[in-house]
Design a protein around this ligand. Structure first.
Ligand code: ADP
Ligand code: MG
Length: 310
């Protein structure tokens, strides 16, 4: 039966990339990386009951399983190319694959990414994806590299996915726009590419802005000050939560998959011209991340850290 499943996956996978010498169907894939480029590899797993609620639509799980990996490539400034997929499926759940691929492959094709292989096993529902991309040597965006005096920027809006989760946990209606941000995050691939040679450090926001900016600062040997009132908010978030709850979600909520990056002030104009970028703070010498109000008073989140829905 796994043969049948693999045949279904293979029949739907796009085989049009010229650098895929051999895709699904042999013992391994044969791939032709562009000469002189670094290969960038990321892997992330989504487990049922941990990373998504049991009732999540298969297409949304498929989208997100790839999106979180493309977000990691985006944060490195890489051009995505290929991916592999390890699927663990409960017995009797084969119909799941078709829905899963609906979401997975629409995102893959939007980014020209070829599914070149994987593994299919029986077990608790889980999807593990690796994504492969390219970057010219020396051009990758790393967590290390932020300098004192650099600006701190973020893409898109923050807290939407966490807001949807909060509404879900409260048992009420979930705003459709917030729900879409939770189920179908947008990997900021084009922005990551545009930031090469401009950003001094970059990370994608998966565990909450303050936590992930903390990782960037630790790797760079610096600290950061962030102005909570400057954090970008969607209209749906503003409509659904009061200012205090909203700022907590924006500063600490997980699953945003936006890019947080630093850049010298001389790059302000270039970055501001990139769609959806917001300047939220600055890099300082003192270690740690400090959130503050626009008046300069220290600000504490109402609830700290990222909590999975479970
Ligand atoms: P093997 O026993 O050599 O590991 P498999 O039966 O696991 O072979 O896989 C056969 C082919 O199907 C391989 O090319 C593998 O990469 C591909 N494949 C298996 N599962 C998946 C999947 N979930 N997604 C994409 N390709 C898959
Ligand atoms: Mg195998």
């Amino acid at each position: 039966m796994e043969f049948d499943l693999i045949a279904r996956i293979r029949s739907r996978a796009d085989a049009s990339r010229a650098d895929v010498v051999l895709g699904i169907g042999d013992d391994a894939a044969l791939l032709a990386p562009p000469p002189g480029q670094h290969l960038v590899v990321a892997m992330d797993t989504l487990n049922a009951g941990v990373h998504f609620p049991a009732g999540t639509a298969p297409a949304d799980i498929g989208w997100k399983a790839l999106a979180v990996n493309l977000s990691d490539l985006a944060a490195m400034g890489a051009t995505p190319a290929w991916c592999t997929l390890s699927l663990s499926l409960p017995a009797g759940d084969d119909g799941f694959v078709d829905g899963f691929l609906d979401g997975f492959l629409v995102l893959a094709s939007a980014h020209g990414v070829a599914l070149v292989g994987g593994d299919t096993t029986r077990g608790p529902l889980s999807a593990c994806v690796t994504a492969h991309g390219f970057v010219a040597p020396g051009c990758a965006l790393r967590r290390a590299g932020a300098g004192v005096g650099d600006d701190v920027w973020v893409s898109g809006t923050l807290g939407d996915a966490a807001a949807a989760l909060a509404q879900w946990q409260a048992g009420g209606a979930i705003d459709p726009m917030l729900h879409a941000r939770l189920d179908r995050p947008t990997p900021r691939v084009a922005l990551g590419l545009a930031l090469r040679g401009i950003a001094s450090a970059c990370i994608d926001v998966s565990d909450g802005l303050l936590a992930d900016l903390g990782h960037l600062c630790l790797a760079s040997g610096v600290g950061a000050e962030v102005e909570v009132e400057a954090l970008p908010a969607s209209t749906a978030l503003v409509a659904a939560f009061d200012a205090q709850a909203r700022r907590g979600l924006q500063a600490t909520g997980g699953d945003d998959y936006e890019l947080c990056f630093s850049a010298p002030p001389g790059r302000r104009e270039a970055i501001a011209a990139m769609p959806g970028t917001t300047r939220i703070g600055r890099i300082v010498a003192d270690a740690g991340v400090r959130a503050m109000t626009s008046a300069g008073a220290p600000w504490q989140p109402v609830h700290a850290g990222y909590q999975h829905f479970a």
